[in-house]
Design a binder for this molecule. Structure first.
Ligand code: CIR
Length: 253
């Protein structure tokens, strides 16, 4: 059960964010509208949403999920793997200090984007990616241990972040596509296979028994509904142009 979310309004400079998508530059005004609708969806799931101001110094800072991992026991400020994103942690640190949780940090030479972390109850799967290295996941493991959590790593092959390819929908249900369909570490889950032509929808978000699904992926939406979840489709086309998905746009805790 989550009660809160933190989001960060996209900045005008988002059009210069990191991208490998070949989908063109995002339309800023449309992105703002989509962000507002995303916030509405979070509220529909019962979350109290804290909104942070845009920061023109960091084009990718609306992808707030990457800079912090909030567990029930502690908040972990990450050390983002992309140079241009590293100092995004300065502003998130201020907010996180107000949460009343112990604050931990990943430090260089450890790098970690929290988009690479997937929580399954008291266990955290950590993707080893272009952004997250072994030193980063080893620091994460040591921090989590202190709070009686466990973690394990999964090597990524094709996707940017772990949660680009898989999403845990609770009740042992895991949404997955491509390289994640055959990973030994994930075999214990009831895998809901996302079709190749809908792979972007593998990044969907469970919030209090509802699931946010990106708009435009009807097969995945139906498959999730068949499992008994109520879904909310949210259009995030402008964030997709920057390789971002639904989960990247908020911290949920
Ligand atoms: C980046 O490359 O860092 C951003 N353009 C997209 C980050 C997406 N975040 C995520 O998947 N957790």
């Amino acid at each position: 059960m989550f009660t809160r979310a933190i989001v960060k309004t996209p900045c005008r400079n988002m059009v210069n964010g990191i991208s490998s998508s070949n989908l063109g530059k995002p339309d800023y005004e449309l992105a703002l509208k989509q962000h507002e609708n995303y916030i509405k969806a979070l509220k529909e799931c019962g979350l109290n949403v804290t909104m942070l101001d845009p920061d023109e110094n960091f084009p990718d800072s609306t992808f707030i999920e990457d800079v912090c991992l909030i567990t029930p026991g502690c908040a972990i400020i990450t050390n983002p793997g992309a140079d241009s994103r590293r100092d995004e942690i300065i502003s998130i640190s201020r907010i996180v200090n107000e949460l009343g949780l112990p604050v931990e940090r990943i430090k260089s030479p450890g790098f970690l984007d929290a988009g690479d972390i997937m929580m399954v109850k008291n266990h955290y799967f950590a993707g080893l990616s272009d952004r997250t290295n072994k030193e980063g996941t080893s620091q994460l493991n040591n921090i989590l241990k202190k709070y009686n959590y466990t973690s394990s790593t999964i090597e990524l092959e094709t996707v940017l972040h772990l949660k680009t390819g898989i999403s845990y929908l609770e009740n042992n249900n895991l949404l997955a596509f491509g390289e994640f369909l055959t990973k030994e570490a994930l075999k214990k889950f009831n895998i809901l296979e996302v079709a190749k032509d809908e792979s972007y929808a593998a990044n969907s978000v469970w919030i209090n028994d509802k699931v946010l699904v990106p708009r435009g992926f009807p097969k995945t939406k139906k498959m999730i509904e068949k499992q008994g979840y109520k879904t909310i489709a949210v259009d995030v086309s402008e964030f997709r142009k920057l390789d971002g998905g639904l989960s990247c746009l908020s911290l949920r805790f």
